[in-house]
Design a protein around this ligand. Structure first.
Ligand SMILES: Cc1cc2nc3c(=O)[nH]c(=O)nc-3n(C[C@H](O)[C@H](O)[C@H](O)COP(=O)(O)OP(=O)(O)OC[C@H]3O[C@@H](n4cnc5c(N)ncnc54)[C@H](O)[C@@H]3O)c2cc1C
Length: 446
């Protein structure tokens, strides 16, 4: 067994990145190889340019939900929720449920989600109409007062997990399987010979490999460039071909209100579900200034990990992070990313719009750096596929903390068993026009 933390000369499976997907894949692959009698954790190395959890997996808000308009996403998430449920303690997962509270235009989409959740046995409740929405929400928080919303999808499963506790829980499982984790080592080149990658080159030497798993989060596009894969993609939609950039980047804005997390308990004094509100009422600050005159969306939860009421707002597009001087060209995207004053004002105003207890609290927004960068695919849904014969790319399009079970499915595919749940996420769906349906949500990934 080599858990030396040193680069081996050669290895069967080389995973790049120790985030949620790299770790989950290593854990499940080691078990899969053992169960099949074809290998073990000894056959796997993870190369990580920093430390486990250095990317978005270590800063994510950690929300786990099933609320997806796209059937294939829902089924994939339902599979991951099973993995969360089965390992709740190890991953510090809180299955408190999830509320999607929506404006009129979204109502029909969300009703469909509810119907389809029923069909796959994922327990949820759908509440329709302004008065019924208010009543349901007042039953949870007596100070609920949001306007501009008219339905609630109340998922009884899902919830949230503490980001680094989850990463460390996965790390312990990976180490217990004997997987070698090589930290502080940057992959700089993927050497392709005869169509396949034969060597992974790092700043500390190179490794001969049979398989590569690219699980580098928002840096996956960098590995994509190393493989010389196309920087634009043809999407066929309704008989027309659109050529679009293969990658786009969005900045996710998150923050914390510096109150005791216990401030946001429900009417019974226990942990409430995660709250996600998409409203179309004008949003004002405490002085009565109009901040948003249109649709807006926030999510929030009491969080003992962040130490307050934590959540986020809608993301905005940014340039490639490693070409942006404001962000370390090849360092972790997330800690360098600081949300602006606008975010704090809008988020605090939105909290107050929803619940009276947050009135007059905008000055309590934390200034601790928060948020981070996500790399999004042409349709903003995951690409899970093999390129250059032996490189399995896990590009989760920023859906991913909740997708803790994805590694189990990828591990089976690496052992030769194609997974039906992953078929809708192949790269050729763009050329084939097999696209996922688009919803009326203001978020790029719903
Ligand atoms: C602010 C924010 C909040 C989020 N909130 C949620 C949420 O509530 N729920 C949810 O489901 N998802 C959320 N996400 C998305 C989720 O965090 C990501 O989709 C997921 O963590 C990605 O996991 P990963 O393993 O692919 O990548 P990462 O966590 O980025 O891990 C990749 C690792 O690869 C390493 N690496 C990169 N390049 C190299 C290289 N060349 N050589 C060696 N190592 C390399 C990095 O250092 C990093 O540790 C959020 C994202 C952000 C930014």
């Amino acid at each position: 067994m080599s858990t030396s933390g040193k680069l081996p000369e050669s290895i069967r499976y080389c995973i790049i990145g120790a985030g949620i997907h790299g770790l989950s894949t290593a854990w499940h692959l080691a078990r899969e190889l053992k169960a099949r009698g074809t290998g073990s954790g000894d056959d796997i190395v993870i190369i990580e340019k920093s430390q486990a959890g250095a990317g978005p997996s270590g800063i994510a808000c950690g929300v786990v939900r099933n609320n997806y308009f796209q059937p294939a996403m829902r089924e994939l998430m339902a599979h991951s929720v099973e993995v969360w449920d089965a390992n709740a303690e190890a991953f510090e997962y809180h299955p408190v449920g999830y509320l999607q509270i929506s404006y009129d235009e979204m109502g029909e989409d969300v009703a469909t989600i509810h119907e389809q959740q029923k069909a796959i046995g994922y327990e949820s409740e759908f509440i329709d109409g302004v008065a019924a929405t208010r009543e349901h929400m007042k039953g949870i928080f007596s100070d609920w007062r949001a306007t501009g919303v008219s339905s609630v999808l109340h998922e009884k499963k899902g919830g949230y997990a503490h980001n680094m506790a989850t990463v460390n829980g996965l790390l312990a499982k990976v180490q217990a399987e004997g997987v070698n984790i090589v930290s502080d080592t940057l992959v700089t080149e993927l050497a392709v010979n005869g169509g396949a990658v034969t060597h992974v080159v790092t700043n500390r030497g190179m490794v001969a490999v049979d398989h590569v798993i690219a699980a580098a989060g928002p840096w996956v596009p960098k590995l994509w460039e190393m493989l010389d894969l196309p920087d634009t993609t043809d999407i066929v939609s309704e008989g027309t071909t659109h050529n679009v950039p293969t990658w786009k980047f969005w900045a996710l804005q998150e923050g914390t209100l510096d109150v005791d997390p216990g401030y946001l308990m429900n009417n019974d004094g226990s942990m409430p579900p995660v709250v996600h509100v998409d409203a179309d009422a004008p949003l004002y600050d405490e002085a009565g200034n109009l901040l948003v005159d249109g649709k807006w969306g926030i999510y929030y939860k009491p969080d003992f990990n962040f130490g307050g009421v934590q959540g986020g707002y809608m993301p905005y597009p940014v340039e490639k992070p490693w070409r942006d001087v404001a962000i370390d060209p090849y360092g972790p995207a997330s800690p360098d990313f600081v949300v602006g004053e606008d975010f704090r004002a809008v988020w605090a105003a939105a909290l107050s719009h929803c619940q009276e207890r947050f009135e007059g609290m905008a000055h309590m927004m934390s200034n601790v750096p928060s948020g981070g960068i996500g790399a999004f695919t042409p349709d903003s849904f995951p690409v899970l596929d093999t390129f250059c014969e032996n490189v399995y790319v896990i590009a989760d399009s920023n859906h991913g903390f909740k997708m803790i079970g994805l590694g189990a499915l990828v591990a089976k595919e690496l052992c030769g068993d194609t997974q039906a749940l992953l078929e809708p996420f192949r790269y050729n769906r763009y050329a084939l026009g097999k696209l996922h349906p688009v919803s009326n949500s203001p978020y790029p990934w719903s």
